[in-house]
Design a protein around this ligand. Sequence first.
Ligand code: AMP
Ligand code: MG
Length: 418
Amino acid sequence: MATAPSVANCNQTMISVAEACEIIAANITRLPDEHVPLSAAVGRTLVQQVRAERDQPPFDRVTMDGAALCWPPTTSTRPIEGVQFAGDPPLALADRDNAIEIMTGAALGDTANTIVPVERYRVEASAGQRQLVLEPGYVPESGQFIHRRGSDHETGAVLLEPGMIIGGAELAIIASAGLERVRVARAPRIAVIATGNELVPAGRPIADHQIRLSNGPALVGALALAGYSAATLHHLTDEPAQLEVRLGELLTDNDVLILSGGVSKGQADHVPSVLTELGVEKHFHRVAQRPGKPMWFGTGRRSQLVFALPGNPVSTLACFRRYVVDALHVAGGRDVGRKPTARLAADWQFKPKLTALVPVVVRPDDDGQLWATPVTTNTSGDFSALGGSSGFVELPAAKDDFAAGESYPLYWWHGSTG
Ligand code: AMP
Ligand code: MG
């Protein structure tokens, strides 16, 4: 995209977290839509309006099991003409002094105009005729226990807007509008690519000098929790020729590439040069943040989003949560909204002129206020301390000392939005 902001010569330039967000946002291309059955719509982003098929309720709906009669009741005992269940066509009273037993959800006919709950009368039988006997002294109100036609909304009312995530409530509304299929953003095809000669997946024999491949499963799992469960996982070595062939194929087959490792300044860090070779336009390399300084971002020839995240596991997860999740949502047309905040539960100091993404454990107090206790990690490679943590808070680069009680943006590890 020629007009989108980009940092041309990034090897020396370090941009801020805010600039990185702006550049990513400006380079996102919306995914196309697709028309999916309701069974495939949960968790997807709606890209159409949904309007009411009918008035809601579509008829005067009885809201109590009981009896329908005409108000005001003139006698306390009356013959029962019949019984009407939900789903039955409405019965009409032949005589205004009679009653119809009627169930919750049934459509009230034109004649009766109040409902007496079953707890307020008894039924007696005499000479084969069932009689309703009202509780002594009980006087129903006119129109009680009737949910009037169209009182929730009328036919054609807009019930859902584009950008909403489809959850249980939205599915109920879509189904109630009579739609069997709905337009949603197509799920992005995502490849997670762990790079590094030293990496050995769990389950394989490992030598002392090797490292377990953990970022791949971490990213695939984090993607699933964010609503993107179909990502594929790949492991590539640091060998440039292999990187070029495999990344070329993955660029062809995917909308989004999320790489980990190989973006720093080491002699085996070939990811940026190989991506450039493959025609991926670099938009930035290096962000003034810790962890995650070496992060690289670009877009492919078909506007594929390419996030090359540093390999240190804390950096990988923090960068993923900070940048990638929202980018995927925006590509699908979802509103990402403002981030929640949490108050620091302890003083914290961070002197480098970098934005600090500080892992925290978050607990609500009795008033629901969120309190974030920083988790001390050894380095950005120490992810053992992250187990059970809630997410991270973002502390601005301009400050060194952060006092307990101050509020900062919070990124939940498991949050799909917020
Ligand atoms: P790199 O960004 O490739 O220089 O990697 C930085 C550090 O993260 C190195 O110690 C790597 O061994 C480690 N690392 C890279 N990728 C992974 C991964 N997928 N799982 C676990 N550790 C990794
Ligand atoms: Mg590496």
